[in-house]
Design a binder for this molecule. Structure first.
Ligand SMILES: [Ca+2]
Length: 176
C-alpha cells in the first residue's frame, strides 16, 4: 500500500467545489444494490461492516438520495452495481461481500475507483473515458476479475488481489 493515491478520496475538496457535487441514487432491486451517480462530480463511499450493515456515504458534498448518507441495514447483495456517469467521480467500496458480481463503471471523466476488502464471485471494472485511477486493496474475486481502463491515461494500484480462475486487464497505461 502506498500513500500517494490513497488519501485522494478525501483531499480533492477544492476541485470538487468547482462543480456541483451532485446526487447519487441508491436503491435495491431484486437483491441487487445499485449506486448510480449523476452527470456531476460525485464522490461516494459504500461500506459494509462485519455485521453486514451497509451504509452509503456522500463525500465532499455529494448527496445520497438527497441526504448526506443512508443506511441500508444488514444484508448480502446478490450483485452490486456502481455507476459514476459523467463527471470526475470517486467511487469507494469497502468491505462489501456479494454472492455474485460487483460491477463498477466510472463513465466519462477522470474517475477514481477504490475497492477495499471486497469479496465477490466476479468483479468487473470499466473506467471508461478520461484519466482514471483504480485502486484495489485486498480484493477477492472468487472466480475472476476483469478491469478495463478505457481511453485516456489510466493508472492501477493493486495490492493483495485474489482472482480465482482469471484476471484480465486492458487499457491501463501504468501499474504502480
Ligand atoms: Ca457523475
Amino acid at each position: 500500500m502506498t500513500t500517494s493515491s490513497r488519501p485522494r478520496l478525501n483531499c480533492e475538496q477544492l476541485e470538487a467545489r468547482e462543480n456541483p457535487a451532485g446526487n447519487v441514487n441508491v436503491f435495491i432491486s431484486g437483491g441487487q444494490l445499485f449506486v448510480i451517480g449523476d452527470a456531476f462530480d460525485n464522490a461516494v463511499s459504500t461500506q459494509q461492516d462485519a455485521f453486514g450493515n451497509i451504509v452509503v456515504i456522500g463525500v465532499n458534498g455529494t448527496t445520497v438520495n438527497g441526504m448526506s448518507a443512508i443506511s441500508l441495514g444488514s444484508f448480502i447483495p446478490m450483485d452490486a452495481i456502481f455507476v459514476g456517469g459523467a463527471g470526475n467521480d470517486q467511487i469507494d467500496v469497502a468491505g462489501l461481500f456479494v454472492t455474485r458480481q460487483i460491477t463498477v463503471s466510472g463513465g466519462p471523466g477522470n474517475d477514481l475507483v477504490q475497492l477495499r476488502g471486497v469479496n465477490a464471485n466476479f468483479i468487473t471494472v470499466g473506467m471508461h473515458d478520461g484519466n482514471d485511477t483504480l485502486i484495489g486493496l485486498t480484493v477477492r474475486a472468487r472466480t475472476g476479475m476483469q478491469i478495463d481502463g478505457g481511453t485516456g491515461f489510466d493508472i492501477a494500484l493493486l495490492r493483495n488481489i485474489f482472482a480465482g480462475s482469471f484476471f484480465f486487464h486492458s487499457n491501463f497505461e501504468q501499474f504502480v
